[in-house]
Design a protein around this ligand. Structure first.
Ligand code: ADP
Ligand code: DP6
Ligand code: CO
Length: 319
């Protein structure tokens, strides 16, 4: 008996970057994301002799394997179920490159687990379970725009759909400058960032920026959405730079790409950037500008891979 779930990757427009509880992955702020059609993870679970984990058909290093097994162990305890499992996962998204692979990964894993054991959970509970695997995964249970409300405990910290089928002219161009595995995982990065003298200011801005973003979405205001998303991402990277000791996910090409976005904007091609825990940038834009932006980025960077994404669906089950 094999059970497979598919979850789409999400990119936060208002970022989660700081934890109140590392074990339960309770965040210090609420976040808001866009689930993408172009990137997703398929994960299947079946019974077996030993615990095994394959990602893209390959056995993984100890760190990745441990994280998955520990997660399965936590869920098995929670639901009073047991048994060895073989887990096969396929990422249709670069792994650990700042393109939020953990969001679709742990949403798909939580989904496959609950189906495998025939557990009757609704999507709110599934979001909580996904959250324990990777915070951002709480939002990948839902399509369109999703909000992860920070809550204050396991029960109250989950995501919900703000609008699963937005009628908005909004595209995200994922600019893959470098898809190597990053050196600092998101888990480590957000832990270190809490030593920044600006960390409190970062937290204080969350309520305001989140409500401005919700406003922008409800009023179909692309300019406002882009401006807030860009500011929010820059704030997150500013606290990394000012952590003690400071660090950054940026590489020279990241800065080059930021400047290109700024230049394009000056020339009337409206676009904004957002950046996660990796060197790659994501451009937020509208349909009429996609061709021109792609052309310019392709001429500025050698071998750059630009993937166009729009709104993707929530979790689904393949068998
Ligand atoms: P990203 O920016 O890609 O989300 P993270 O540091 O948050 O980077 O998470 C990357 C880690 O998530 C990987 O090192 C691995 O442990 C885990 N991961 C990624 N994809 C999968 C998958 N399909 N199944 C299980 N774990 C995964
Ligand atoms: C920058 O969800 O990957 O992408 O909970 O430790 O697994 P863990 O972290 P993760 O962090 C995501 C950070 C981010 C912003 C976001 O997706 O909100
Ligand atoms: Co992640």
């Amino acid at each position: 008996m094999k059970k497979t779930a598919r979850a789409h990757t999400n990119i936060a427009l208002i970022k989660y970057w700081g934890k109140a509880d590392a074990k339960l992955r309770l965040p210090l702020m609420s976040s808001l994301s866009m689930t993408l059609d172009a990137f997703y993870t398929d994960t299947s679970i079946e019974e077996s002799e030993n615990m095994e984990f394959y990602l893209n058909d390959k056995k993984q290093d100890e760190v990745a394997t441990k994280r998955v097994f520990k997660y399965i162990d936590t869920l098995q305890h929670k639901f009073g179920v047991s048994g060895n499992l073989t887990i096969h996962s396929t990422n249709h998204v670069p792994t650990a490159a700042g393109l939020a692979s953990s969001s679709s990964a742990f949403a798909a894993l939580a989904g496959a687990f609950t189906r495998f054991y025939d557990l009757n959970v609704d999507n709110q509970e599934l979001s909580r379970l996904a959250r324990i695997g990777s915070g951002s995964a709480s939002r990948s249970i839902f399509g369109g725009f999703a909000i992860w409300q920070k809550g204050h405990d396991d029960e109250s910290s989950y995501a919900y759909a703000l609008d699963e089928h937005p009628n908005m002219d909004l595209y995200l161009l994922a600019v893959e400058l470098n898809s190597h595995k990053k050196k600092i995982s998101s888990t480590m990065g957000m832990k270190d960032a809490q030593s920044s003298p600006f960390f409190e200011s970062w937290l204080k801005r969350n309520d305001f920026e989140l409500s401005e973003m919700i406003d922008a979405i409800k009023n179909n205001n692309f300019t406002k959405l882009g401006e807030i998303a860009e500011l929010n991402a820059s704030e997150m990277h500013a606290i990394n730079l000012t952590a003690q000791p400071g660090f950054t996910y940026f590489e020279p090409d990241t800065i080059h790409a930021i400047k290109l976005v700024e230049d394009l904007r000056k020339r009337g091609i409206e676009c904004y950037y957002t950046i996660d825990a990796g060197p790659n940038i994501k451009i937020l834009t509208q349909l009429r500008n996609i061709k021109e932006i792609k052309k310019i980025f392709e001429s500025e960077f050698n071998n750059v891979n630009i993937i166009k994404a729009s709104f993707g669906p929530g979790i689904s089950y393949l068998d």
